[in-house]
Design a binder for this molecule. Sequence first.
Ligand code: FAD
Length: 437
Amino acid sequence: MIWNTLTYTGWGRVRSATAQVARPERTSSLAALQAETAAPAIGMCRSYGDSCLNDGGHAVDMTRMDRLLGFDPDTGILEVEAGARIGDIARRFAPDGWLPSVMPGTGFATVGGCIAHDVHGKNHHGAGSFGQHVVEISLMNGGKLQKVSPSKGVKLFRATIGGMGQTGVIVSAKLQLLPCKGDIMTVTERRIENLEHFLEALDASKSTYTVGWIDATAQGEALGRGILEEAETGYGLVPDAKPSRAVPFNAPRWALATPVVRFFNAAYFRRVPERGRTSVKPITEFFFPLDKLLEWNRLYGKRGFHQFQCVVPVSEAAVLRLMLDKIGSAGLASPLAVLKRMGSGRAGLMSFPMEGYTLAIDFPNRAGAEALIAELEEITEKAGGRVYMAKDATLDPSHLTKMYPDVTKFAKLVSSIDPDGQYETDQTRRLNIRSHA
Ligand SMILES: Cc1cc2nc3c(=O)[nH]c(=O)nc-3n(C[C@H](O)[C@H](O)[C@H](O)COP(=O)(O)OP(=O)(O)OC[C@H]3O[C@@H](n4cnc5c(N)ncnc54)[C@H](O)[C@@H]3O)c2cc1C
C-alpha cells in the first residue's frame, strides 16, 4: 500500500496537517496496512477543526471503502462499509421507504465519521443520536478485526461511538434504517420574533424534523429572531434537486463584513412571509441545504472559519441570550447560525448530545474570533453544557472533565488498547485526552 504525503484541512480550513495518507480499497489491504502502521481513519474531513488531522503522522482515508454490503427489506438493516456517504444512502433508499435514522446537515459525511462523532440530526429530539441506531460495528485495531455491538463487547462499542477514531478503524457497520413515506419533504417555515418565542416554539413542536435558523446580528427586542422549519417525509413528484455548483474562489474579506451580514440576514428573515409558508422539496434539499454549493467553506476566505457549537441544559437556556448578546456585539457573526432542541439520546461515552438546546454558529477566522469562542466555551461549561468535538479546534483542555464526565473511563479503555497512542489525532493531543487515563 502506498503512503502519499498530503497536506489537508478540516472543513473550517483554520488548522491543517501534513501526513502520510493511504487509501485502501479492500479490508485485506487495510488489514495489511494497519498491521504494519496503525493509524487513525479519516472520512470526508467534514469535521470543522482538528478532529480529522494527524500532523506529521499517518492517516487512513476510508472513502474508497464505500460499498453497500447487504440490506434486509424486512428489518431495514443495512450493512455498509464505513466510507459510504450518508447522502448517497438516503438517495438510494428513500424511494423504497427507508432513510438513515439520523442524518447530519451534510450528506458528504461518511458512516465512519457519523459513528466516530455520534452525530445528531434534525430529529434528535425524537430519534436520538446516530449511534443509537447502530446494530453492529466491525472494528480493526492493529490489523485485528472484531465485531462489537450493544450486546457484545459493549464497553468497546460505547467507546467507539463518539470515540473520534481512538479505538481503531471502523471498517463497516450494520445500521437500522428508519421507515419513511418517500423521498420528498413537506416543509413549513415561519418567522419567530425573538429567542423566548424560539425556545417555546421548539418545545411545542410536534414535528419529526425541526431546525431553527437564527439572525445572529439581531439585538435588543429582536435578539434571537429567526426562522423555524418543521418537516415530515412524504411522497409524490417534485422537481429534481438543483445541480450543485462550486464556489470558484476564496471570497474577499468584505463579503462577511458586519453590514453585509446584517443586510443579508434581514433579507433572509423576510424571505418567509409573515403568515409562514409550506413547500415540498426533495429530501436532500431539506437535510443537506449547503451541499448544493460545493466548497462553500471558501466563502470565508483564505483564513477559514471556526464553528462554535454547544448544548446547554433546558434549565440554563437563559445563557443563550448572554451568548447571542456577546456574538452580536463582537461584530463577528456570519449568516450561519442554527438553534435546535435536543433530546437526551446519546450512545457513547464521549457523545455530544444532552437534553437541552444546541446553538451552532460560524465565525470567520479574524482577530478576536478565538477569544470570543473561549468566552462562549467558559459560559457553556458554567451552564453545565458541552462543546461539540466535531466542530472544535480551540477548546481549552481544562474544560474537558466537566463537559465530558466519562472522559476518564474513555481514556483508560483507549489507552489499554492503544498504549502507544497510534490512533491519536491533533485534537486528542491538543485536548490531552490520554492524560485522563
Ligand atoms: C455542512 C455541515 C453540516 C453538518 N451538520 C451536522 C449536524 O447537523 N449534526 C452533526 O452531528 N454533525 C454535523 N456536521 C459534522 C459532521 O457530521 C461530522 O464532523 C462527521 O464526523 C463528518 O464525517 P466525515 O466522514 O467527514 O469524518 P472526518 O471529518 O473525516 O472525521 C471525523 C472523525 O471521525 C473519525 N473517523 C472517520 N472515519 C472513521 C472510521 N472509518 N473509523 C474510525 N474513525 C473514523 C476521524 O478519525 C475523526 O476523528 C456537519 C458538518 C458540515 C460540514
